[in-house]
Design a protein around this ligand. Structure first.
Ligand code: HEC
Ligand code: HEC
Ligand code: HEC
Ligand code: HEC
Ligand code: HEC
Ligand code: HEC
Length: 410
């Protein structure tokens, strides 16, 4: 990319780029040819073929979740959905996109203009505008830097996935699935109900927040370090670094070419030690939360351990008992989406389940302290972030260690 920018500067200096401003269909004669040369810097067959081949190695292209086309997923998981929300300045698409396609060249790219100055990135990317994060209920924008804003429009927490439910009498009502956001440490002396049907989980795309060292739950009175050695990097400085044909990483594969890191990190693996440390802390935190029944620890038949947050109250806000009881509770909010045979669109529905509580042995029997909510959220923040701390080792460790310390003291 540096070479490309340099080439533009040369073109600019020789006046070629001024003629290019007249566009590819410019006046007959030499100008048209010059414009073509500008276009051909990117639009030449070897370059286009190379980008396509690299992109075929990216999880965006082959991953299992890209092209999820329902209303609350399509903005990040389909090309059409992303174009719709960016174009219209919205956060949720207007409806399901039954024929939605997976992320492709046109998802990220759009020509804003052809008069390329020195900032090519702004001219060829679909969006570079600051992001209204779902974490803030889309109410304020955060600027992560030009290219990062493109990635982070998707690589952030997920937001709502449902808005209404059907009660026991068949009436359809609305509810707030995300009452917790943004988290607020001035509430630390209060308690909070974690009711069935509500959600504070983060989803797999939280890289934005960790990289910028923001939007973790930060305990009152503690100081947090937001920046680290690579804060000045863009996502693409690592995920689209120089393409390596041997390892099939870098460039438009979006997989980090780790060999290119060795120019500075000569022979030193900076990634594994960070990941081992953060993973151990993450488990230590989950174990503490399980011991006090904020989390429930489960082991599946193949021995894989997982942790999930355990609701304190039923859907209607009634405290769950800690001993066996014949009382009926609203124990679950079950998804009952159906597809309309006439329109092919999803009819969104959730139904309240009324039953005795079979999970009484795992219930905490009280509201959570606000700091417990913060600790549970921080566990999800790091887990769903997927880099295991690599995107900001110091902030990741502070979030986990301060959660552990708070639980031990409270
Ligand atoms: C800095 C690189 C770059 C330059 C220079 C550039 N483009 Fe593009 N252009 C792209 C990218 C990236 C795409 C989207 C990916 C794709 O469709 O190949 C694109 C897409 C297009 C498309 C839509 C293609 C399609 O398949 O829908 C057209 C038309 C286009 N460019 C015309 C031009 C013209 C004309 C010029 C010269 C004035 C030009 N471009 C210069 C990068 C560039
Ligand atoms: C339109 C939304 C969207 C945009 C824009 C986007 N991503 Fe993604 N990204 C996704 C989704 C969805 C997945 C998961 C794909 C799957 O599993 O099918 C993903 C997966 C990834 C992965 C995992 C790849 C792997 O092989 O494990 C990386 C890394 C990544 N994206 C980096 C980026 C970077 C860097 C940018 C900006 C240049 C970016 N993404 C822009 C939605 C997006
Ligand atoms: C705000 C953007 C956003 C929204 C909305 C969103 N996702 Fe995602 N999702 C992502 C990103 C980004 C990733 C990729 C994380 C990664 O692989 O690194 C992802 C990953 C996933 C994965 C794991 C992918 C894999 O291959 O392992 C699943 C499953 C998934 N999403 C399902 C959904 C569903 C279902 C919905 C709608 C209810 C949804 N997502 C809504 C951004 C989003
Ligand atoms: C996830 C987002 C994303 C997708 C999908 C994507 N690109 Fe790009 N592309 C970028 C970003 C970001 C840059 C700017 C890289 C930089 O400046 O470091 C870029 C730069 C480019 C360039 C100009 C730089 C160069 O080296 O020539 C071309 C051409 C290009 N992309 C073509 C494509 C084509 C063709 C596809 C589909 C096969 C594609 N891109 C898919 C994000 C994307
Ligand atoms: C300093 C380099 C660096 C920067 C900057 C960076 N990443 Fe990463 N990222 C990594 C490394 C290293 C991993 C660990 C996975 C690996 O080893 O490839 C990773 C992991 C990921 C993953 C999980 C991939 C998977 O395998 O599931 C996603 C998604 C991702 N990064 C997206 C981003 C986004 C979005 C940004 C910008 C906000 C970003 N990264 C900035 C180096 C970086
Ligand atoms: C321009 C030089 C340079 C490049 C290129 C570079 N790094 Fe770094 N990186 C540094 C410096 C300097 C530090 C801080 C001192 C140290 O930890 O060695 C650092 C620190 C880190 C750390 C934090 C280590 C810790 O223990 O806190 C990680 C993680 C990291 N780099 C990952 C990467 C990855 C992944 C790449 C390749 C995509 C990369 N770096 C490329 C210079 C670089």
């Amino acid at each position: 990319m540096k070479n490309l920018i340099r080439l533009f500067l040369i073109l600019f200096a020789t006046g070629l780029l001024f003629t290019a401003c007249e566009g590819p269909m410019g006046p007959a004669g030499t100008a048209g040819k010059d414009a073509n040369e500008v276009c051909l810097i990117c639009h030449n067959t070897p370059n286009q073929d190379a980008k396509l081949a690299e992109y075929h190695l990216s999880k965006h292209y082959f991953g299992t979740s890209s092209s999820r086309n329902t209303k609350y997923c399509a903005r990040c998981h389909t090309s059409e959905g992303f174009q719709e929300i960016v174009g219209a300045g919205k956060y949720v698409v207007s409806n399901d996109i039954p024929n939605g396609t997976r992320i492709t060249c046109e998802t990220c790219h759009k020509h804003k203009a052809f008069d390329f100055a020195d900032d090519t990135v702004s001219f060829i990317l679909r969006t570079t505008t600051p992001v209204s994060l779902n974490y803030n209920n889309n109410s304020k924008t955060t600027d992560f830097g030009l290219i990062n804003n493109l990635c982070i429009t998707c690589h952030q927490i997920r937001g709502v996935t449902s808005v209404n439910y059907t009660d026991a009498l068949g009436a359809v009502k609305t509810f707030n699935q995300l009452p917790f956001f943004p988290l607020d440490n001035t509430k630390e002396s209060t308690t909070v109900q974690y009711t069935v049907g509500t959600n504070f989980s983060v989803h797999d795309g939280n890289q934005s927040n960790l990289f910028a060292g923001i939007n973790g739950y930060e305990y009152a009175g503690k100081t947090y370090t937001r920046t680290w050695k690579h804060s000045g990097f863009a996502c693409t400085d690592c995920h689209m670094n120089e393409y390596n044909a041997d390892t099939k990483t870098g460039g438009h594969t979006l997989i980090v070419n780790k060999a290119a890191c060795t120019t500075c990190h000569t022979g030193t693996d900076k990634i594994t030690p960070v990941q081992s440390l953060i993973d151990a802390k993450r488990i230590e935190l989950a174990e503490l939360l399980s011991t006090r029944k904020v989390f429930k620890k489960s082991t599946n038949s193949s021995g894989v351990v997982s942790y999930s947050a355990e609701p304190t109250h039923d859907f209607y806000g009634v405290l769950f008992p800690t001993t066996s009881s014949a009382t009926i509770y609203a124990t679950a909010l079950a998804g009952t989406n159906t597809v309309s045979p006439t329109t092919g669109l999803v009819i969104y529905a959730n139904k309240v389940t009324l039953a005795v509580d079979a999970d009484f042995a795992n219930r905490i029997g009280r509201e959570w302290k606000y700091g417990e909510l913060g600790a549970a959220y921080n566990y999800g923040y790091i887990t769903s972030e997927l880099s295991l701390g690599v995107h900001n080792p110091t902030y990741a460790l502070q979030l986990l260690q301060n959660s552990i310390d708070w639980l031990n003291a409270n």
